[in-house]
Design a protein around this ligand. Structure first.
Ligand SMILES: [Zn+2]
Length: 217
């Protein structure tokens, strides 16, 4: 099963993807990871990518597509894969279509208020980077890390105003993409309308959609 996972920042997408790929026995592929690995491996392409990112420029689609094609042709993708963070535009979706035939797009829907509440309550340990949440994953002592006793702080990115801006950008960018995949009848929606919904519940919802697509009755 070749799956694309769409969802706004703060939707829990990364958590769902890693749990699902474990259950399904397929790799979790994120273009961000592919790019970082290529830079780390110091290949010619990796060096070119580093030049772009050092200049603060976006890595051109052509390079991303080349890397993605290489990755999706790896033997571990034979049974399928779960793609996360790609495509973000129609152009990228068309390129992906040429690289591989996707079976299913899961679109995770979470209202802005929930994402803002979740992310603006996120606090991180200054020393070890462990993530906590003042609502859903509290440290034992206020503002002190359970693991290393470091102090906990809020990232600049996690302030409500910044989150709202990130969400606006995401919605504007992905709206055409969602229409594109709807037209192809590949899109299935999953909704999470409650902050306290355990991630496992969403994972099970997605899993049952995958099962239905895989073995239609
Ligand atoms: Zn810590």
């Amino acid at each position: 099963m070749k799956i694309v996972l769409l969802g706004p920042p703060g939707s829990g997408k990364g958590t769902y993807a890693s749990r699902l790929t474990t259950i399904l026995g397929i790799p979790h592929i994120s273009t961000g990871d592919i790019v970082r690995d290529e830079i780390k491996a110091q290949t010619e392409l990796g060096k070119t990518i580093k030049e772009y990112s050092d200049k603060g420029e976006l890595v051109p689609d052509k390079i991303i597509n080349e890397l993605l094609a290489k990755r999706l042709n790896n033997p571990d993708c034979e049974k399928g894969f779960m793609l996360d963070g790609f495509p973000r535009t129609i152009k990228q979706a068309e390129a992906l279509h040429r690289i591989s035939k996707i079976n299913l797009i899961i679109n995770i829907n979470v209202p802005d208020e929930i994402i803002i509440t979740r992310l603006s309550n996120r606090i991180i340990c200054r020393k070890c980077g462990t993530i906590y949440n003042k609502l859903t994953l509290k440290p034992k002592k206020d503002n002190i890390c359970d693991k290393c006793s470091g102090d906990l702080y809020q990232r600049e990115d996690d302030k409500p105003k910044v989150i709202q801006e990130r969400l606006n950008v995401y919605r504007k960018k992905t709206e055409p993409l969602i229409k594109y995949y709807k037209k192809k009848s590949l899109l299935k929606n999953v909704h999470c309308n409650n902050l306290m919904t355990p991630p496992q519940e969403i994972v099970e919802k997605i899993k049952s959609i995958i099962d239905r697509v895989q073995k239609p009755k």
